[in-house]
Write a protein that binds this ligand. Sequence first.
Ligand SMILES: [Zn+2]
Length: 232
Amino acid sequence: MNLGKRLYDLQQIDLDLEKKTEALSQVESQLSHNEALTEARAEVERKREDLAELEKKEITAEWVVDDLEAKAGPLQEKLYAGSVKNPKELMSLQHQVEQLKSQIREEEDKTLEIMSQVEALRKEIASRAAEVKKLEEEWQKRREQLLVEQTELRTTIDVAKEKRDELAATVESAHLELYEILRARKQGQAVAGIEQGRCQGCRITLPVSELMRARMGELVQCDSCSRILYLG
Ligand SMILES: [Zn+2]
């Protein structure tokens, strides 16, 4: 096989390897993050913490109501028992009872408000938790697909690397070095085909003498773009 052809084949393998390696790193990056799921889980966690706080507030609010009722009860009994005869004392007692009753109403309203917040938050957590479960199931499927892709890509890359090594072993090291230098400079396109007497890298028409040398299988570089020429 002539040198141009071998280097051209090497370039095909290298271009393919680059693509497959990039695809593998994308698959691996997808396998290591799932932002949607992580974020959804964190949100449920935050809401659960909020709920725990709110439940504590609910208990405290209920205690406040109980305390006020415990204070109001005996005063009310005293008031209705008719044992207080002094008008001034009676008015003061009535006033105290009224004040406590209004405080109780206020605190009961607060408790109800907290209870309805607790209820709403519980519903929201249940619905978010269901979303997380769905995301987990989807992720499980996606992960399995990605793992299959990862294995396939790794195998393809290993096979291509072996082929590359075999082919590279047939090329003199000086030629291989030139190929590598051009590959780095020409975005992977170190070797250009010749079609209708033109270099396919830069489209210039090549001198007949170079075409002949390329046909003989010698290493010929395009005068204009320096690429190694390959006549198929
Ligand atoms: Zn050229």
